[in-house]
Design a protein around this ligand. Structure first.
Ligand SMILES: CC(C)(COP(=O)(O)OP(=O)(O)OC[C@H]1O[C@@H](n2cnc3c(N)ncnc32)[C@H](O)[C@@H]1OP(=O)(O)O)[C@@H](O)C(=O)NCCC(=O)NCCS
Length: 225
């Protein structure tokens, strides 16, 4: 990329070089294909292994070092996005990057659709095929994975992960740190408490208490939890 062209782009680092980190790169590339926006400098990862190093190299990008190295270095204030699925990890990393004065990039795949009155917090990633209808508030550093649907008047807190094909009905409230597993369903009007997990393919038919894990149809708490 020419210097003149890259000067108009926002430099961006992706935190996490694992599977979702590279899926976040897919979103960036799709955004750039419509409107050149980001100059991805590379990945930051505390524990990258040889496999993922090869995978990011194949994408034409390099490992820029650990989080601590990055935040101690001259690029600490560079825009960032966290491509790590773990909600607690994302919460603590975001606090460190924010403290360093870095701006979180909000990434929206061009194939997603958004109705009227949808707001997305900084650092949120909306993957391909996501459907957000109307009057929806999404917090900071939320991951809406492939083909997720979110219905009307729903609120989603910070650091929430909603995995592929999950469906959140209208008038729901997902508090901070919630994980909804792949193909999970939350029926309309329900509240899922902070740091709760709705397991893959579960269907929540009642409110979910904070910090609990529910599985199955209808979803029930895991017996041992
Ligand atoms: C619910 C979940 C968080 C539980 O994980 P965990 O705490 O590690 O639980 P375990 O794997 O130890 O399983 C504990 C028990 O719950 C059962 N269980 C686990 N997940 C289940 C699910 N989604 N539905 C029904 N039962 C489930 C297991 O069979 C096991 O039962 P057992 O004790 O009778 O053998 C996890 O299984 C899950 O569904 N995660 C979502 C993953 C996802 O979305 N992946 C896509 C990434 S893009």
């Amino acid at each position: 990329m020419s210097t003149e062209k890259s000067a108009q782009l926002t430099p961006l680092v992706i935190v996490g070089a694992g599977g979702f980190g590279r899926e976040v790169l897919d979103v960036v590339e799709a955004v750039n294909a419509v409107q050149p926006t980001y100059d991805v400098l590379g990945f930051i990862d505390d524990g990258i292994d040889d496999v993922n190093l090869r995978r990011i190299t194949a994408r034409g990008l390099s490992h820029l070092g650990s989080v601590a190295d990055h935040l101690d270095g001259p690029r600490a204030g560079t825009a960032y996005v966290i491509g790590i699925g773990g909600t607690a990890t994302r919460r603590s990393l975001a606090a460190r990057f924010d403290a360093a004065g870095a701006a979180a990039a909000t990434l929206v795949h061009p194939s997603s659709t958004h109705g009227a009155g949808v707001s997305l917090g900084a650092g949120t990633v909306v993957c391909a095929g996501v459907r957000l209808t109307t009057n929806i508030v999404v917090g900071r550093h939320v991951h809406l994975n492939l083909n997720v649907t979110v219905g009307h008047d729903t609120t989603i807190g910070d650091h929430v992960s909603i995995n592929p094909l999950a469906s959140i009905s209208g008038d729901c409230h997902l508090e901070d740190g919630v994980l909804v597993g792949v193909a999970g369903v939350v029926l309309n009007g329900l509240r899922v408490g902070a740091d709760a997990t709705v397991g893959g393919s579960a269907c929540a038919v009642r409110d979910v208490a904070p910090g609990t894990t529910v599985v199955g149809v209808p979803a029930k708490p895991l017996p041992s939890r």
